[in-house]
Design a protein around this ligand. Structure first.
Ligand code: GLN
Length: 199
């Protein structure tokens, strides 16, 4: 079975490790560059993307992460993790550095103050069964996507209808929301299948 790493700089690393454990997938926290040599795929959790970027620099993880992602290591970013994977950010801090790899423009804190946190049902392309109950916490959305990026999920109704909240580009997956918080393992299972080369 493949081993999936979860970036452990900051954010909800433990929740992702718990979901992977529940699926019977070997999962380890990633905090040092050499940890990356032992994993077949990596989850970048939610949290605070500027803090995570700064910690990644301090732990000398920026170049190793870019190298592994550039060489095709599958990666899944949730919320702040999506921001880290994005090639471009709007509303970022001036000095905010991303890892990149995903040909999208992401808007940070896009949903605005009144709806900083909310839940919604997302009809996700590639998931069998019911729409996905998604929790958004000061979430970004994907403002625009490059040619190789598949949109997997959009907000269905209301004033944010059509906003893109889940994307995939080859081995890179990203969601604006937090599937590690709601007990539905389908997106983690999809990512594990991607790591196995089966999705
Ligand atoms: N607003 C956070 C950021 O910009 C992301 C929030 C989250 O990961 N829940 O980094």
């Amino acid at each position: 079975a493949p081993t999936v790493g979860v970036l452990a700089l900051q954010g909800d690393t433990a929740e992702h490790l718990r979901v992977l454990g529940g699926l019977g997938v070997p999962a380890v926290p990633v905090l040092r560059p050499e940890d990356l040599d032992r994993v077949d795929g990596l989850i970048l959790p939610g949290g605070e993307s500027t803090t995570m970027s700064k910690l990644a620099a301090r732990y000398e993880l920026v170049e190793p992460l870019r190298k592994h992602i550039g060489e095709g290591m599958p990666a899944y970013g949730t919320c702040a993790g999506m921001i880290l994977l994005a090639d471009r950010i709007v509303e970022g801090s001036a000095d905010q550095e991303t890892l990149g790899g995903l040909d999208v423009t992401v808007r940070r804190n896009a949903f605005g103050r009144q709806t900083e946190s909310f839940e919604g049902r997302i009809d996700m392309d590639g998931l069998d069964g019911e729409p996905f109950d998604a929790v958004f916490i000061r979430a970004p959305w994907v403002e625009s996507v490059g040619g190789g990026v598949r949109v997997l999920g959009q907000i269905a109704g209301g004033e944010r209808a059509g906003r893109i909240v889940a994307v995939r580009q080859g081995g890179l997956l990203a969601t604006s929301f937090h599937p590690e918080l709601t007990g539905d393992p389908r997106i983690h299972r999809l990512f594990v299948d991607m790591v196995k080369g089966q999705a």
